[in-house]
Design a protein around this ligand. Sequence first.
Ligand SMILES: Nc1ncnc2c1ncn2[C@@H]1O[C@H](COP(=O)(O)OP(=O)(O)OP(=O)(O)O)[C@@H](O)[C@H]1O
Ligand SMILES: [Mg+2]
Length: 480
Amino acid sequence: MNSQTAPNRFARSEPFEVFTRPQRSRPARLAGLLIRRRVEIAVIVAGLLAWSWLTEHLPTWGAGLVLGVPTLAALAVPVSRRYLHRRVLAVLTRHRLRSVLVQRRVMNWTGNLPVLLWSRPTPVGERVWVLLRAGIDGVDIERNLAHIASGCFARDARISVTRRMTALVLVDVIRRDPLSGPAARPAAPRSAPGRPAGPAQRAHPEGSLIMRAIRRRPRPRSCPIDLAPTSIWDPIRLGIDENACSVDITLIYRNILLAGEPGAGKSGGLNRITAHAALATDCRLWLMDGKRVELGLWRRAAERFVGPDLAEAIDALGELQAEMDRRYDQLDTDGVRQIERQDWTDAIMLVIDELAYYSATAGDKKQRDQFSLLLRDIVARGRAAGIIAVAATQRPSHDIIPVSLRDLFGYRLAFRCTTETSSDIILGHGWHARGYDASTIDPEDRGVGWLLAEGGIPRRMRCTWLTDADIAAVVTAVTS
Ligand SMILES: Nc1ncnc2c1ncn2[C@@H]1O[C@H](COP(=O)(O)OP(=O)(O)OP(=O)(O)O)[C@@H](O)[C@H]1O
Ligand SMILES: [Mg+2]
């Protein structure tokens, strides 16, 4: 033991605060307790009332059967058991959250805690509606999120403030991450929350007669997206976010840039967007793919396809620029500012995979500069003329995506990157410092990225993955 430091440990020279809780009257304390324990009280009272009514009309064993059998059945059937379990957790989370707020002194000057209005299960955990009293703000709770997560035995906690009323905040206690893990086909939005999809659902023993009979039947293949005709004006169901809610984006009048390290899931995201445009009856597809094989699967559904040929890509962009100018002439003649739904012309979606191949690798500098200039013009001016640019690149560096070009993309999707700087190049300067950093995405989580929409804050999501067979099904649906 260090004799020099021992006395200092107990010398209290720093300032300390004394908390005094206001003395509340007994009825007020009792009312608070009844409100907080309302669920438990309701269950006990309902049980006692049912028991006393049943024992008046039935023998005791009969009353026991009438109450016991449905309770046991509810616990035995997986659907109802899960339902009950999630409801119980929601109530427990409300109590645990209150304990954390008390222990962390998240209260106003007079010692009143925020009011925990109610809690509900969500697909990823529980959500508690919290009303902040005068003297407490959302930041007070945000500072304690790590304590809330551990106090509720959860993996994470998040807070969102209701814009219309800043005194009402939602605290999400996160128990599951629907985006993590090497899922080959992420679950469809909002599908069977908490229930593992695919093979994990099989409860029968492998060798049972039932299982063998089921396995012998050919399994119908289903595409993870709807093959019905759609419109480019409708939202594209891109994937799911970390709350297991679907992520929908509308690309008309907008452009999107996807970037990230090799194998991060860019082409997967491009394929999902291309599938929507292919199924849209009011959109034409122009595809450019430096690798040829990624977008090559869509060739039959496309109006124009360009492989790894820079001269041809420049030609195609020139044609598109001419088409854009022709559309602006028409808009000028009609006296309108942009094309509208049901207008005289279709939208055109230009999809470029491996942008760096055309803008930084192939051909000579003059050709590459010409390509970049044409692309910049189309991205900058194409929106009102119904020309949508969708580009993906592996190397998010300034020579491939200059800031002036990046800022023209209304949507940016940052898949896993190797550095914080690369993440900021895609999303914009300063996002990594605020906790939105694509370099922290787990390498196992293919297809996961931060989606930034104009003026919003990035949202972590996973794109719906289409297999080659799914793409073939879409192409067949649109060409037959
Ligand atoms: N959304 C997703 N869900 C599940 N798995 C995915 C998803 N996206 C990609 N993957 C997996 O990651 C692999 C690589 O994906 P993808 O080809 O889209 O990456 P990429 O970023 O385009 O790579 P590259 O830069 O080499 O072109 C896929 O073969 C697939 O197995
Ligand atoms: Mg790719």
